[in-house]
Ligand binder design. Sequence first.
Ligand code: ADP
Length: 425
Amino acid sequence: MAHALLGCIADDFTGATDLANMLVRGGMRTVQTIGVPAEGTHIEADAIVVALKSRTAPPAEAVRQSLEALAWLRSQGCGQFYFKYCSTFDSTDKGNIGPVADALLDALEENFTIACPAFPENGRTIYRGNLFVGDVLLSESGMENHPLTPMTDPNLVRVLQRQTRSKVGLIHYNTVAKGADPIRVRIDELKEEGVRLAIADAVSDADLYALGKACRHLRLVTGGSGIALGLPQNFHSADLLVYSGDAADLPKIDGKAVVLAGSASRATNAQVTEWRLSRPSFRLDPLALARGEAIVDSAVEFAESHFKGGETVLIYATSPPEEIRVVQKELGVTKAGQLVEHALASIARRLRDAGVRKFVVAGGETSGAVVQALDVQSLRIGPQIDPGVPATQSIGASDEAPIALALKSGNFGTTDFFAKALRVL
Ligand code: ADP
């Protein structure tokens, strides 16, 4: 039985998908699991990404979950490990990046790793240890106002040093620009100086490829999804990637489809408006849900009546911000969100039972609720639909028919995303 090569631990769900998408583009067959799979589960893939919800958990809890993920990934035979966090280094002085990186190093009995959240394609670059978002420093990017992880210091060496007792160093841009061999020499120097965690400068994809190559012998790499650009090539060069087909190939799934939108973001509002110009849609009214009206039944009936004519429908709660505010004022933010999530989750379950096999879902939390309702535990990652959003397929017990899913966090995707996703699925 072939075993996985790269085992990844991601601190949130959409970040995990983003990383998995990157690895597939690098030619690695990749599976994303939702949480740590049960002991004894075997997954056939070149790379496995375990999606945790540990970004803003208490540090001890984040460490516990990450070590559990590591132990399971080791049981899959992985030889190299990757800790994925946000490209804006979302964390506080207590953690969780430092404590988790330390714990993973300890568990692997290793004494060095790099930390590189750079993602130049999305405007995240690091120069002399300072993280830029587009043209401004991290601390002026809006991230300084983040409700859970305010980033008020752009210097990642200082930020990470506050989170760990390990010595933090820097792989300077002057070295990174010279390529993989000089980076490796610098890594050896830093180790001699007692540095355990080193921030790496990177301002271009070429820098990420060089860093990826230089990290070939590190058992643990940490970063955003950008640094994953350079890692697949190491496995190609070592002739370890034996699969001859396209890593993004997924078997074809036949069946009916539905689009479910529970995101209230600007991009999703535009996607809903675009769809409604020419295709059938059903609006979920949270106030009617709160009154206990049989909206879920009506939505399912609406979808089924259109299936007869071969049409795909959109079921959505997405509304402009001013309407959302009215609903939230009346019901409370949490209750409004939960009502919508529960409704979309039960609609998904009932439509699956009615033969729907393809789901396009808009919204991070909404995707979580739908995936849970459909009892999906892991996803094989397919071709990219839009940046950061791949087509996926559920992997279930052998007697379960797989489901095709496109899970989009709110602000991703072009205006015609829904139609495009349906074509790819
Ligand atoms: P995003 O990825 O855009 O943040 P999420 O699904 O994560 O989308 O979050 C959107 C939240 O807003 C969900 O909890 C959802 O249930 C809630 N929501 C969606 N539509 C409405 C609405 N019309 N009124 C109130 N809350 C809503």
